[in-house]
Design a protein around this ligand. Structure first.
Ligand code: HEM
Ligand code: HEM
Length: 185
């Protein structure tokens, strides 16, 4: 039987879970790759895998930015289900704020990642395609964008913890919130 309670549409649900999965992977990958030894820190003759993981991180991160642009366009041109009245107003406002911050951060994080990469002495590649360099390498600018990128990524982790905890809490209290973002029809 068709469930009549309002839900996010299939495109919104697909983008939510696809982006969430890539973002989880990206956070793990980012934290892992920065700990890898640089080429000159390894014994002579040993190859570094650092560049491979950095290039993977950059390509996936730019992919997230593209998916987010699509998501914003879709979001602005399609209806979203109103929050159920059973949820207290302050919680509705908190959820809306966190969701809006997610949208901003999931564009700002790839942007600051891209900028730090552009100001570094390395090329920025997107799945093997070298992207044009729009500025000369600049150590100070690279470090500043690197710090912002790192700070925003850590803040994102905090918000994800809050968001997932809220989703689980609502799911356990049977408010049907989880179904709004599920594929089940
Ligand atoms: C296990 C992990 C996750 C669960 C269980 C989950 C669950 C949900 C649920 C149930 C909603 C719908 C809320 C409503 O009815 O209004 C939602 C919305 C949303 N989630 Fe998640 N989520 C998860 C991970 C993430 C991650 C990692 C991100 C971002 C990095 C994210 C970003 C969003 C955004 C932006 C919305 C609002 C969508 C909109 O109104 O356009 N979620 N999530
Ligand atoms: C959703 C997208 C992204 C997420 C969640 C993310 C997350 C992270 C995280 C958690 C780190 C480790 C921070 C640290 O502990 O130092 C990191 C580092 C890094 N990210 Fe991203 N990132 C994203 C997109 C990008 C993009 C698009 C680029 C470049 C095109 C990029 C370039 C880098 C670089 C070069 C580092 C290493 C910084 C350093 O050496 O200090 N990231 N990222």
């Amino acid at each position: 039987m068709e469930n009549s309670s309002p839900r996010y549409d299939r495109v919104q649900v697909t983008l939510h879970w696809l982006i969430a999965a890539i973002v989880f992977f990206m956070i793990g990958l980012g934290l892992y790759m920065v700990e890898l030894p640089k080429k000159w820190e390894l014994p002579p003759g040993e190859e570094s895998v650092r560049a491979f993981y950095f290039l993977l991180h950059k390509s996936m991160g730019i992919t997230v930015a593209m998916l987010m642009i699509l998501r914003v366009v879709w979001r602005l041109t399609h209806k979203v289900p109103p929050m159920p009245d059973t949820i207290p107003k302050w919680q509705q406002r908190a959820a809306t704020t966190v969701h809006a911050v997610f949208y901003i951060m999931l564009l700002a994080i790839p942007l600051t990642g891209y900028l730090q990469s552009m100001y570094s002495k390395f090329h920025t590649k997107f799945w093997g395609i070298t992207l044009p360099r729009m500025a000369e390498a600049d150590k100070l600018a690279r470090e500043q964008f690197s710090e912002i990128h790192q700070f925003l990524a850590y803040l994102l982790v905090v918000l994800i913890v809050l968001h997932v905890a809220a989703a689980i809490k609502h799911h356990l209290s049977g408010s049907g919130i989880f179904d709004r973002m599920s594929f089940k029809r």
